[in-house]
Design a protein. Structure first.
Length: 86
């Protein structure tokens, strides 16, 4: 595999991991649950089940986002460590 192709694949996986980690961990599991908690509280429709599920999502958000980023970084590292053909 050519040096530029390996570098491009490694960068692609690094960027993909960062974007997916931020989207899943930051938006889906942190921002949206906080938003729904605020909306439920202000509308008076907040239930104990809704509160419990959203608090769990908020606590798990950084772990899931970090795991996604780590997995993609490991894959990118695999392409960075392949001996390069000239």
């Amino acid at each position: 595999m050519k040096k530029n192709a390996k570098r491009a694949i490694a960068v692609l996986f690094s960027v993909l991991g960062t974007v997916l980690g931020l989207y899943v961990g930051g938006y889906l599991l942190f921002v949206r649950p906080v938003y729904w908690l605020v909306i439920g509280f202000t509308n008076g429709t907040l239930t104990a089940g809704m509160l419990l599920v959203n608090v769990i999502k908020i606590f798990v958000a950084s772990t899931v986002g970090g795991a996604i980023w780590c997995l993609c970084d490991i894959i990118a590292g695999y392409f960075r460590d392949i001996p390069m053909d000239d």
